[in-house]
Design a protein around this ligand. Structure first.
Ligand code: AMP
Length: 125
């Protein structure tokens, strides 16, 4: 069931629990602003989720409410992870789902980072 991105942040969502260490994850990277881990159901040879440390439901919520420092820190972390994973030369894709039309399932902003093969058309027709 897709989430409603207009609802308040739910402290008990699965990624909040991963951030608090209450649920396991395969960690890739962590700093003051971002946490990254392997997607549990990978759709490409590299499928990493990057999430902000702060409580933001979606890209919409984050872009509206996060501080400039949080936004800069998060965006820098996403770029750094892609470089650390050697994804830049072969190429990669970033994706952030927001709400029902996109099928967003977890109500904590996450950027999907896909790589490791040709990723095909941007969207199914
Ligand atoms: P979205 O549809 O954009 O909300 O993506 C949610 C993603 O979270 C999916 O790709 C799931 O496979 C992934 N996911 C859900 N639970 C976990 C978990 N516990 N650890 C890692 N990835 C997860």
């Amino acid at each position: 069931m897709p989430i409603d991105p207009t609802q308040p942040y739910d402290d008990n969502n699965v990624f909040a629990r991963i951030l608090r260490g209450e649920l396991p994850s395969k960690k890739v990277y962590e700093d003051d602003f971002a946490f990254a881990f392997h997607d549990i159901n990978p759709l490409a040879p590299v499928h990493i989720l990057v999430i902000p440390k702060g409580p933001y439901v979606s890209w919409d919520d984050f872009s509206e409410r996060a501080s400039d420092e949080e936004i800069a820190g998060f965006v820098r972390a996403v770029g750094r992870i892609a470089r650390d994973e050697n994804l830049v030369a072969p190429g990669y894709r970033l994706l952030a789902n927001v709400g029902a039309n996109s099928g967003q399932e977890v109500p904590h902003l996450h950027v999907h980072l896909f790589g490791g093969r040709r990723l095909g058309p941007m969207l199914a027709r």
